[in-house]
Design a protein around this ligand. Structure first.
Ligand code: ADP
Ligand code: MG
Length: 702
């Protein structure tokens, strides 16, 4: 149970005055939540920048191009002539040194008159420009009277926003949330507090939102760093707590004598690569240990993780126990089942699939067989963690693409058996330095070499203006019997802000269909599962040659015959995503081509990304470059995305803190593993605050 003192922070934002259903919807989008955000979500939405409004020169002394706050008297208004909306609404104002024009394009006369009544004194702030020799401010950011000015700080944080959400209304909500912030006990040890010069939590939150100095909002300064440390400590402590529960009851080993594994290997139409063999051996060894397995199997798309996972399941089946494989999407789950089924069958391993689509009688029968132990390996989506899914003897949980699942889901799956071993599959190679932060204390196996016989992928960047040549080339490829992916970023224009210039997959499908007829298919994330599968199957069988798709093909879809991929608006995708997408081709023995269509002009960041992706297909190198580029994101004026699952900590800024938090978590586990006493209680508050409390029930009351 969450400590009561945190309740105010977990109240819905709609409890705040001025936050209604409309803001609720916008804030959900902004804060990336499925339901109404809580005050804590708002408070952990930190500024992206800060504006200095402390400069208060006289008009005569104000430097053009700078942000100023002027104290002026309003002299007269000049509204635009009727029905000529292109002429701006002008307001003339002055101080004792000169005149300034305040310019409003499409200004509502009522609004401007009320804001700037003639004869009134106002404080106006914005960027000063010289136009026709006269100082002017276009759309001042702020216009306040004397009373309003007294309440304002000269330093004004700016936040990431979403279309439709005004900065002012977000700030009012944050200010109201700050008012309701309770005093919390200190969970950081006195030692660390002293060494890192961290302010208390409450002060840190307050100061990043209400900065006193310009540097107060910087990620590498004390306030933000304190919050990053809290977040990292919560994460590391939660992982350490889970890890501490992983001892296996004596006599409960999960690997058999290898007879099923041998049958699978004998049935393979290829030889395992050395790194596949090594990974499979490491897993088998883990399964034999008195400590539970927590292993990460990393490898590029197409590096052959599935067969390694199957061998792990087989090892468990050899001692009569069960395995589960959970994938993040329906397509991926089915893909796994399809790869696995024929191999498993020959070895006598019974495989079944469970997703949201298995319903009614079929589902009931499947669950009955599972509980009776008549299924050895259950493949599925998060349908697997539903309460009524009961295993007879679950011993191994394999989680594919884990960073899409939280620790919570992983625990939900492992709690369906006793001393369940965990194998995580990741197709996003993560630099070693980050493995700890994402996954905690895990053993790592890497599949670095590609299976034999793979051809390199020729990757080229092509400006969108040359799209007709690309379509012609696709036409020639289709005529030659090749299989082509055409990737578009979004399905619907309304899905995100500012996407109206993004190519709509449906429109692209229609235009390609006009040209190539029924050789063209379409899949996107909003299609029904069965429909998606049908189209994918048509593509796999060659019934259709050109598949227009959104990023639903990103992970795991396996059509080895596909050799060409066109990615539209490639500049919109991150490096990891481009790499994942491209991994769908180059899987067979034929040479492949990837065309990155981009819209000009490219910014520096996109240019750098496209050149990395053209240069290499090594996922581990791409991951490292990605980290470097994101580190430079600030310099290039791009907001960086940080660590998945982390809102505040950033790998390139807080690298040292990750280490510190980890050491601290280990020390806590040694000195106070049950989180008892006053310090323990404070740490529990921390875990609940950052919603890393899933391990608390495991350790019981403090
Ligand atoms: P991943 O899950 O790592 O993206 P998969 O396990 O889906 O990759 O494997 C991709 C393809 O490579 C599959 O068609 C699989 O049958 C094939 N494959 C796996 N291992 C080997 C190997 N050692 N040699 C040749 N082909 C392999
Ligand atoms: Mg796979």
């Amino acid at each position: 149970m969450r400590p009561a003192l945190l309740n105010p922070l977990f109240a819905p934002v709609t409890r705040l005055s001025g936050v209604g259903p409309k803001q609720d919807k916008l804030l959900r989008y902004l804060l990336d939540r499925d339901d109404t955000p809580r005050l804590i979500d708002l408070l952990l939405h930190l500024p992206s920048n800060v504006i200095d409004r402390r400069a208060r020169p006289k008009i005569r002394d104000a430097a053009p191009g700078t942000m100023v706050t002027l104290e002026v008297t309003v002299d007269r208004h000049r509204p635009p002539p009727p029905r000529n909306r292109r002429v701006p609404y002008l307001v003339y104002a002055s101080d004792d040194t000169g005149d300034v024009v305040l310019t409003y394009f499409r200004g509502q006369p009522d609004y401007v008159e009320k804001l700037l009544p003639v004869g009134a004194k106002r404080y106006v702030s914005g960027t000063l420009q010289i136009y026709d020799g006269v100082p002017q401010i276009v759309h001042p950011d702020r216009v306040v009277d004397e009373a309003g000015f007294a309440k304002l700080s000269g330093i004004d944080p700016v936040y990431p926003l979403t279309e439709g959400l005004a900065l002012g209304s977000l700030k009012r909500a944050i200010a109201a949330a700050l008012q309701r912030m309770p005093e919390l006990p200190e969970w950081i040890s006195p030692d660390v507090l002293r060494r890192c010069h961290f302010p208390p939590f409450r002060e840190a939150v307050t100061r990043v939102h209400v900065p006193v100095e310009l540097t107060d909002v910087l990620p590498d300064h004390a306030y933000w760093s304190r919050l990053a440390f809290d977040e990292l400590l919560a994460g590391q402590l939660a992982l350490a707590l889970v890890r501490a529960q992983l001892r296996r009851p004596a006599g409960n080993r999960h690997a058999g004598d290898g007879h099923l594994r041998r049958r699978i290997i004998d049935a393979l139409p290829y030889a395992l690569t050395p790194s596949q063999q090594k990974a499979a051996a490491a897993i088998a060894e883990d399964l034999r240990q008195p400590v539970r397995m927590l292993r990460l199997l990393q490898g590029d798309v197409g590096s052959g993780k599935t067969v390694v996972a199957l061998l792990a399941a087989a090892a468990v089946a050899e001692v009569g126990r069960q395995a589960a494989l959970m994938a993040p999407t329906e397509i991926l789950a089915r893909q796994h089942a399809k790869t696995i089924a024929p191999l498993a069958e020959r070895a006598g391993i019974r495989v079944a699939i469970l997703t949201g689509r298995e319903k009614g009688k079929e589902r009931r029968e499947l669950l009955a067989r599972l509980e009776a132990g008549e299924i050895d390996l259950l493949v599925g989506t998060h349908a697997l963690i539903q309460d009524d899914v009961i295993f007879k003897a679950l011993a191994l949980a394999i989680v594919d693409e884990q960073h899409r699942f939280g620790v919570r889901e992983r625990l939900a799956l492992t709690s369906k058996g006793e001393a369940v071993d965990v194998l995580v599959l990741s197709a996003t190679p993560i630099p070693r330095t980050l493995v700890l932060t994402y996954f905690g204390d895990m053993d790592v196996s890497e599949l670095r070499e590609k299976p034999a016989g793979r051809q390199p992928i020729d990757t080229r960047a092509v400006p969108a203006s040359r799209i007709s040549e690309v379509v012609d080339a696709v036409g020639r490829a289709l005529a030659a019997g090749k299989r082509v992916y055409w990737i578009c970023p979004l399905v619907e224009e309304s899905e995100a802000e500012g996407t109206d210039h993004l190519t709509n997959a449906t429109k692209r499908f229609e235009s390609l269909q006009k040209r190539f007829g029924d050789q063209v298919g379409l899949v996107h994330g909003q299609m029904k599962g069965a429909e998606k599968d049908r189209v994918m199957a048509q593509f796999a069988s060659g019934e259709i040659g050109l598949l227009v798709a959104t990023t639903v093909v990103e992970v795991g879809v396996d059509v080895p015959a596909a050799t060409i991929m066109v990615i539209e608006n490639a500049e919109r995708f991150g490096l990891a995503q481009l790499h994942q997408l491209r991994g769908r081709i180059g899987r067979g023995s034929e040479a492949s081509t990837c065309l990155l269509l981009y819209r000009e002009p490219l910014n520096e960041m996109s240019k750098a990304r496209l050149s990395v992706i053209r240069e290499t297909t090594d996922g581990f190198r791409i991951a490292e470059e990605d980290l470097k580029l994101r580190g430079e994101g600030d310099v290039l004026g791009v907001r960086q995305s940080g660590l998945p699952g982390y809102r505040i900590a950033r790998p390139e800024v807080h690298g040292q803190l990750i280490k510190q938090a980890r050491e601290d978590a280990l020390r806590i586990m040694k000195e106070n593993p049950k989180l008892a006493g006053k310090q323990g209680e404070a740490l529990r508050v921390l875990l609940y605050l950052f919603e890393r409390d899933e391990a608390i029930p495991l350790i019981g009351a403090g």
